[in-house]
Design a protein around this ligand. Sequence first.
Ligand code: 0X9
Ligand code: ZN
Length: 446
Amino acid sequence: MEIIAEIRSEDPARPLAKLLAMPLGIDVWEVKSDRLVVRAAEHTMDRLRKMGYRINPIVDVSRHLEIFAAADSMAGYHSVATLEADMRDLAARHPNLAELKEIGRSIEGRPILALRLGERRGNATKVLFMGCHHAREWIAVEVPFLLARELLEKSNDQKIASWLSSGEIWIAPMVNPDGHEFCRTQNRLWRKNRRRNPDGSFGVDPNRNYGYMWGVLDVPTSSHVPSDETYVGPRAFSEPETRAVRDLVARENFAGLITYHSFSQLVLYPWGYTSDNIADPVDFHVMNAMAQQMCNSILGVHGKVYTPQKSSQLYPTAGDTTDWTYGTYGIPSFTVELRPTTVQEGGFILPANQIGPTFEENRAAAFNLIEGLISAPSAARSAAERAVMAGRDRLSAASFATGGSPGLETRPATEIIIDGAVIRVPQGADAHTIAETVRAVRAAKH
Ligand code: 0X9
Ligand code: ZN
């Protein structure tokens, strides 16, 4: 029998990090500084107990499914078929602004679909949103789909109209349709795609199969064992699902992207494969600032706390989407882990009544990213450049807002943290004002 349990360690000689470096075949659900939550067979939990870890069972997997995966909890979420119908319908109702594209086919031959939104075809600034690399993360289908619907249905809004006339927004809500279908009909906790592996097991983790530093780790969260939940595959881009994304990104020259996952309420940026910061300090500050700003926007909508951090701070992975898009193309790349934060709230099975609010808060963050990349593409970068030059490594986090979207989102004041002190700058301050504030604060301190 499989259970979901919390693992703690009081013994400094036996840190939790050590567990994340052992080949254990566990499915890691939550990672906090003082505890892990994992799904594993009872005999694996016994093994961990014998190694000296404290195991507190939370719930049997079967009971968890009874509580959260009842038939009515499906209502409100798309299947492969209803998503395709709804994407077709959106494109058909907005022929001047939307185009439905097949970007590739899955292992089982299902189309992987994307909506291209925008008036222009050609050299516009382009932003990409993707969902559902992982089959069981159904909310990660709904958020990008609802974003596409919103952008089309509210295309008369001044801000949206300007994005769609000067830019392009690409939205692929379901990168892993085979996995999603299998999850919906056979096994609600299925994660990977449906590749048949040579050892008879099924599935490669699409979010370990991208070609930047692919395969350099072999740990439970990024594994070379085919039956593991995080199997990296036999080689980079061995899977048609990741090849579809690879070819799209190679063709379209995106200025930045979000890939949606669940759960934990995080906004992650590279690297995942190493605990090092990315080498370019300006890129680091830009992504850190954008992640912070997105979390601020989210907080302002329903008060939910999402935390910005480096991917590796969650756990190490090699070959994830954003390491590849940043590592290969140098573009701002974010993994957003959606609601909830705990297993007790459903974990991967988010109650359908939270689709609406989860979308609303993430609409604010997505608009923030689009605005920064399409309307003010160089402001964040040049402000960060100046701030990095002024503060070098002491500037630990910064947020550079460049104007709001009235009526579309709640935008808290911009915060800059210098030497541990939080400085507030006026809402809507431009890059120059922010850089001046940074300089003045630093001059006063020294
Ligand atoms: O493990 C993943 O692929 C993502 N988490 S999930 O629970 N949705 O599976 C996180 C990917 C971000 N990269 C790293 N944490 N290194
Ligand atoms: Zn995921």
